[in-house]
Design a protein around this ligand. Structure first.
Ligand code: PLP
Length: 394
């Protein structure tokens, strides 16, 4: 007998993957230039050339036993030290390598943190809709419950909803800014209000409530305003980070968990992070890429294409009368389906060979997600289709 739950997960349909496969099939039939595939969040800007140069340099000038070998479970000292120094310079913090655990991307970071924090099946992790669909799989997979806070219409942080959701079983609140799927970035004021509330609630309940910040899109912001650094507002913060999006390295599986050094019992939490990584078999993140990150940690992403695509689509859609949350970061737009039915809207768009994902899997019954990590030409070609669609529905 095998696990029914794992069988269910392994055979469940993924709308995003199905749309993506459909797009590949249509590309063979009508040519890739004619399929406007906005389904996947795979970066379209190549990794900066210095990343490849660094890889080549490491391979040419180092012992293969080092770059192909295991690192320590938590990661190479040099890599963790370089990351700590980078964070200290940017955010005026006092981190050391001991505050960091290297992982195989943000997905591994999240699983590790959920496992490290979950002590009982009553434990709840509060998640804000709209959300990255894998959160539910990860949280439940690590034995906790996901408590969902509904989205506000403008996709901003729903503090009233959070207040209703937090209770004595709340282990952590998970936030993701810049957000997938909405592109929304929470402001300093929103973070301040949230963390003031969490501090009060920790006192009232006599429990630690961790704030988990899932930040693979931290550097992808267009407003010039940096994304608020959560540990400045709240001590009990744990950050899950990866270079999948910022350096366009999703296939290299490299990221980290940062346990804030002012977090309650931070050394104990870090030890549990190590234990969770061990139990999951997620120790020793890819060595070659730890060595690459050590050298490339200060490289900033080139946002030119994403910003151009965002501007073309956002202003075009707003002008046509679409309701779109203001996307200051990441590479997604969350668009309200003009007929209120995201499945039907996605189907109709598909008939024009334009692929957008219904928001249902992201916890929305009203919106579709568009990933604009594509060639700019495709964003330009999409506008007349959106125009036709809004006219069809009105
Ligand atoms: N969190 C969010 C919000 C994401 O959008 C993604 C990937 O798309 C992940 C985590 C997982 O990222 P990684 O590739 O680093 O595992």
């Amino acid at each position: 007998m095998i696990s029914k739950e794992m069988l269910r997960l392994g055979t469940a349909k993924s709308v995003i993957r199905e749309l993506f496969s459909y797009g590949l099939q249509r590309a063979q039939e009508i040519g890739p230039e004619n399929v406007l595939d906005f389904s996947l969040g795979n970066p379209s800007v190549p990794a900066p050339k210095i990343v490849q140069d660094t890889m080549i340099d490491i391979i040419k000038n180092n012992d293969p036993m080092v770059y192909h070998g295991y690192s320590s479970s938590q990661g190479h000292n040099g890599c963790r030290k370089a990351i700590a120094e980078n964070l200290n310079k940017r955010f005026n913090t006092g981190y050391s390598l001991n505050d960091l655990f290297m992982t195989c991307g943000a997905a591994a970071s999240l699983n590790i943190v959920f496992k490290a924090l979950t002590a009982s099946s009553d434990d709840e992790i509060v998640v804000l809709a709209p959300y990255f669909p894998e959160y539910k799989v990860f949280i439940e997979g690590q034995g906790a419950k996901m408590k969902l806070v509904p989205a506000r219409n403008d996709m901003k942080l729903n503090l009233d909803g959070i207040k209703e959701a937090v209770n004595k079983n709340t282990k952590a609140l998970l936030i993701n800014s810049p957000n997938n799927p909405s592109g929304v970035v929470y402001t300093k004021e929103e973070i301040k209000k949230l963390t003031d509330y969490l501090k009060e609630k920790e006192k009232e309940l006599g429990n630690v409530i961790y704030l988990i910040a899932d930040e693979p899109y931290r550097e992808l912001v267009f407003s010039g305003e940096p994304v608020p650094f959560i540990p400045h507002y709240y001590d009990d913060t744990i950050i899950c980070y990866s270079w999948s999006k910022s350096l366009s390295l999703p296939g290299e599986r490299i990221g980290y968990v940062l346990v804030n050094n002012k977090c309650n019992e931070n050394e104990v939490v870090m030890a549990a992070v190590g234990g969770a990584a061990r139990a999951l078999g997620y120790v020793c993140a890819p060595t070659l890429f730890q060595l690459v990150i050590e050298k490339c940690v200060n490289i900033e992403p080139d946002l030119t294409v994403y910003k151009k695509n965002r501007d073309i689509l956002y202003s075009g859609l707003i002008e046509m009368g679409y309701n779109v949350a203001k996307p200051d970061g990441a590479f997604y737009l969350f668009i309200e389906a003009p007929n209120g039915d995201p499945e039907l809207f996605s189907e109709k768009a598909k008939a024009y060979d334009m692929l957008v994902v219904p928001g249902t899997g992201f916890g929305s019954k009203t919106h579709v997600r568009l990933s604009y990590c594509v060639d700019t030409e495709k964003c330009e070609k999409a506008l007349p289709i959106f125009e036709k669609l809004i006219k069809e529905f009105k």
